[in-house]
Structure formats: C-alpha cells, structure tokens
Design a protein around this ligand. Structure first.
Ligand SMILES: [Zn+2]
Ligand SMILES: [Zn+2]
Length: 234
C-alpha cells in the first residue's frame, strides 16, 4: 500500500481554530505586539506537540473584532519545515510529521504519474484520430473503431497468422487497410502505444503487429511517394 493510501492519510482532516486574545500593553507601544507574537508561537508549539497532530501552520496578526488585519505566518520552535524569517531564520513556519510528508510526496508522485498517463493516452489517440482522445468514460464514449477503443475487435480482424491478416485488416484508426501492418494513408507508420493499466488485449495486439512488421518487411514494398516502414521496435 502506498503511503498516501493509508486510512491515517485518507481520513485525516484539516481543522482551523480561530482564537482571539487581548494582550496587555507595556510602557512602549511595541511591547504588546512582541508579547502577542510569543503567545501565538506558544500556541503553535502546543498544537505541533499535541497527540495525533501531523501538520501545523499558524497565521496571526493584529485584529479588529476577530478579523485579522495583516495576517502573517507564525514561526515557531517545534516547526521542522517551511521557511524562516529574516528576523529568526532558525525558526520555521510549519510542522510536518515525517509519515505525512512521505504520504504527501507519494500522493504528488501518483498524481503526476496519472497526469502523464492521461497525456500519453491523449497523444496516442489523437495521433490516429480517435473520437475519444480526451479519455471519456466508457458510458459516455463516442462510437469509435480505433485500436484503443476496440482492441479485441482489432485482434480478431488481424488474427494471429499471416494468412488471416494479409487478406484484410484494419489500420489503428479502424479503417480497412490492406495489408493492415502498413495502416491507412494518414496513419502510415503510426505505432501502437501500450501504457501501464491497459487491457491485456492491447499488449497482445502490439505483439501481433510487431510480428506482422517483421514478417512483412520486404513485401509489399512501399510506393515511391510513400514513406517506408519505420524500423521495427521503434
Ligand atoms: Zn478510439
Ligand atoms: Zn488509419
């Protein structure tokens, strides 16, 4: 189980306490501000040390009727991440439990991988004119006969043997094409791209296509005005 899939992380809740206090002044006008900042720091420290608390950030500032006028991030001794200030660079402004930090990093990594996969899926579908390049769910997908939308159908049409596929077949886009290893004119040379999480039929189809390319490298030759086959395995 990844760190971001634990119950501790999934069921965690962010909770903000708004607490307003009045601090007695001293002989100089700055004294009360300095005292108030120390109170804010102590409160943040107490929160960071409280049982089960895994992440603390605090914002404080002079207020009127409970509304903070110029909110500032509180730097406190128990903080272990975030940033310090020019006044006290040793004190940071966020406490982050190491387990939560790992879970946040793992979540960010998973999100980035999902984004990259979505983009790769979009790119490969767009390359062959799929009607569903934006990855619509199966329930709302537009009708499309491309290899990514109907991998099983492509497998059946190509079959497993040269005799079957040489007699007729489909381009990755779904149009009839003969021989199918070459694809229809606008998609000639397009490669089937298999991604993590694809149905097994796609990997099988990729193997069948690779075999067809190998068997058919010399016959039939591409026309003089048409690009040749890309080298296998590219
Ligand atoms: Zn499609
Ligand atoms: Zn095509």
């Amino acid at each position: 189980m990844s760190p971001h899939e634990t119950r501790e992380f999934i069921n965690a809740v962010e909770y903000t306490v708004q607490l307003t206090s009045v601090v007695a002044g001293g002989a100089r006008w700055r004294t009360a501000y300095a005292r108030a900042r120390r109170v804010a720091e102590r409160l943040a420290n107490a929160a960071a040390r409280a049982k089960d608390v895994v992440d603390v950030r605090a914002v404080a500032g002079a207020s009127h009727d409970g509304q903070v006028l110029t909110p500032e991030r509180v730097c406190f001794g128990a903080a272990n991440s975030g940033h310090g200030t020019g006044v006290d660079p040793a004190k940071l402004n966020r406490y982050l439990d190491p387990d939560r930090e790992r879970a946040l990093a793992s979540l960010a990594e998973a999100n980035a991988a999902a984004r990259a996969r979505r983009q790769a899926d979009f790119d490969r579908r767009q390359a062959i004119g799929c009607s569903n390049p934006a990855g619509l769910g199966p329930g709302i997908a537009r009708p499309c006969r491309c290899a990514y939308c109907r991998p099983q159908e492509h497998l059946e049409v190509r079959g497993e043997t040269r005799e079957t596929w040489a007699g007729g077949g489909r381009c990755l886009c779904g149009r009839l094409s003969n021989p199918p290893a070459f694809g229809c004119r606008p998609h000639r040379g397009q490669q089937l791209v298999v991604l993590d999480g694809d149905p097994p039929e796609l990997a099988r189809l990729a193997a069948v296509i690779a075999r067809a390319h190998t068997t058919d490298r010399t016959s039939p030759p591409p026309g003089r005005d048409e690009p040749g086959l890309p080298p296998p395995g590219r």
